[in-house]
Design a protein around this ligand. Structure first.
Ligand SMILES: Cc1cc2nc3c(=O)[nH]c(=O)nc-3n(C[C@H](O)[C@H](O)[C@H](O)COP(=O)(O)OP(=O)(O)OC[C@H]3O[C@@H](n4cnc5c(N)ncnc54)[C@H](O)[C@@H]3O)c2cc1C
Length: 406
């Protein structure tokens, strides 16, 4: 790679970087992806796997719907099974306040053309009899889906390579600059070799580390790294098809085709992006298991075999940064997915590819402009959501390396 010259250089070989490379090769642009570790080795490879539409923020729903249409053709595009399954998604309410939230979300979804069915307590318990007595109501969206996160980024990378993309793993970009015409990237391999790449266009798809790349060009993306706790059980006989999700995110679960039950639950935890370590503390595991068995008593009888989290880049309004840089022509950001970049990934990638090739995009990305973090040309002060405050996060145990799901 020494001295490589590319049309577009993408820093970050997660799902988003690989999907952008694929979309650019469909448009015949020369492209290189530079990934420090392995394709899909960070957030993209450890996610819960939900392609959730219902409950998405109103500003994100148009983009999420465009993304879902692209997900629905992912296996035809890549020519591989990525375990895309459209079994739907159930939001559950455990009290009157949550019920009101379900109803608000359903109105919002329907206004955007998403079909969401509201069920009362008896209907919900009749349909999903394994649920415990806490449930007061449910909403069901059949278009929501799941995918196997461990399969998808490598499958997209292989498809992009087949179209002619260069995807270079094991190269960390340690600095980059723009000389007024081209970008120059300085890379380092694990054995200490120094490599350089020049490119006309640069894409920042560096996940939780995207703030560092933005800073090289004098821009502020107020990212903070965090991750939701995930657990998985031993395989058990099939009992549920859709994703089941208490609407406040306190507990959610789905069953894989092998029978394992994958369990998620908020609040998210602060993780360490600098050392790339993340761990679910034991008290968090116990809290989430207690919530799970209260919701689904029959799961009490089964073993949890693994816990993990990952390093995801969040911003205070929990929406991505998508679009051109404000400091440097030819630089584009695709980051800050705040816990739902798996679902948004294909539409985010299409938007960036269209902006690069056509100079404009049909994707509804206006709410995701980096300028929302600036006031009078100066970066705004970051205000962390309650769940990310230091006193809440301080409860996390010392970290260890993030682990993938089964
Ligand atoms: C535990 C967990 C569960 C989740 N569940 C869901 C879910 O169910 N549904 C959903 O929609 N989303 C979910 N998410 C969020 C989703 O996984 C992410 O939003 C999405 O994967 C982001 O993809 P990405 O390509 O932007 O980032 P990443 O996958 O993090 O990729 C960024 C890549 O950039 C590389 N990189 C960074 N800096 C450099 C550098 N200087 N040089 C070279 N390479 C560099 C990193 O090594 C990394 O591989 C979850 C996240 C986590 C952590």
């Amino acid at each position: 790679m020494s001295g490589t010259d590319a049309g577009v250089a993408i820093v970050g070989g997660g799902l988003v970087g690989c999907m952008i490379a694929y979309a650019l090769r469909q448009r015949r642009r020369s492209v290189i992806v530079l990934e420090r570790g392995h394709v899909g080795g960070e957030s993209s490879g450890v996610s819960f796997g939900s392609l959730r539409l219902q409950g998405q923020h109103e500003a994100e729903l148009p983009l999420a719907l465009r993304a879902q249409a692209l997900w629905e053709t992912i296996e035809a595009e890549t020519g591989e099974s990525v375990e895309f399954r459209r079994h739907g998604h159930v939001h559950l309410a455990l009290d009157a306040e949550q019920q009101a939230r379900l109803e608000r979300n359903a109105r919002n979804a329907r206004a955007h053309g998403l079909d969401v069915t509201l069920l009362d307590r008896d209907e919900a318990l009749g349909r999903w009899p394994f649920l415990g007595g806490q449930v007061v109501g449910a909403s069901f969206s059949t278009r929501d889906a799941v995918v196997n996160p461990r399969l998808v980024a490598p499958a997209v990378a292989r498809a992009a390579r087949r179209l002619g993309a260069t995807i270079q793993e094991g190269v960390e970009i340690i600095a980059a600059e723009h000389d007024g015409v081209r970008f120059r990237l300085h890379g380092r391999t694990a054995d200490g070799a120094v490599r350089s790449v020049t490119a006309e266009t640069l894409v920042n798809a560096a996940g939780a580390w995207a703030g560092t790349l933005a800073a090289w060009f004098g821009e502020t993306i107020p990212l903070f790294p965090a991750g939701p706790a995930e657990l998985v059980t031993e395989p058990i006989p099939a009992f549920v098809a859709p994703v089941m999700h208490v609407v406040d995110g306190s507990i959610l679960f789905r069953q894989t085709e092998r029978g394992n039950v994958v369990i998620g639950g908020h609040p998210r935890m602060r993780v360490d992006a600098a050392t790339r370590t993340a761990r679910v503390p034991p008290d968090k595991i116990l809290t989430n298991l207690a919530r799970l068995v209260a919701l689904v008593p029959r799961l009490r009888a089964h073993q949890v075999i693994r816990s993990w989290t990952g390093i995801e880049g969040y911003v205070e309004d929990m929406m991505p940064v998508l679009g051109p840089s404000i400091s440097t022509p030819g630089l584009f950001h695709a980051c800050a997915f705040s816990g739902h970049g798996l679902q948004l990934g294909p539409a985010a990638a299409a938007a960036i590819a269209e902006l690069i090739v056509e100079g404009t995009t049909t994707m509804p990305i206006a709410p995701f402009d980096i300028r929302r973090f600036y006031v009078s040309g100066q970066p705004r002060t970051l205000s962390l959501a309650e769940e990310f405050q230091p006193d809440v996060l301080a409860q996390a145990a010392p970290p260890s390396r993030a682990r993938p799901s089964s």
